[in-house]
Design a protein around this ligand. Sequence first.
Ligand code: FES
Length: 147
Amino acid sequence: MYSSKVLEHFRNPRNMGKLKEPNGIGKVGNVICGDIMWIYIKVRKNKIAEIGWETMGCAAAISTTSMISELAKGKTLNDAMKIGRNDVASELGGLPPIKMHCSNLAADALHEAIYNYLSKNKMPIPKELQKDHERILRELNSVEHRH
Ligand code: FES
């Protein structure tokens, strides 16, 4: 059901855990399964210098977040913002359709961490990121109401 790459990331997750002093935090909730995920970033000189994450999600969520953390590390904020939902699943050799919503969680959490960093530092926020943020917040609220 899972590709060998998904399993490999699940067994050896990269960058897992909370960062000590992140300057951006993204928290998202999955409206389909109710799972929650956090991505922590430390931005230096406009680049993602460090990244960490925690998830209550499933194997697919762990693998996709591990993969997205590798893709995002070292990228400028602009390039990291372009990492989208489909990139993650396709890098991993595809996911079973029933698990696609899990990979969306990782991309959303990354975008949300970047949003958090930009807004805390009063930096301009691109329209797309603002739209993502509003949707993510709505979804998170609906998930948290269920717990
Ligand atoms: Fe919830 Fe995969 S089932 S993140």
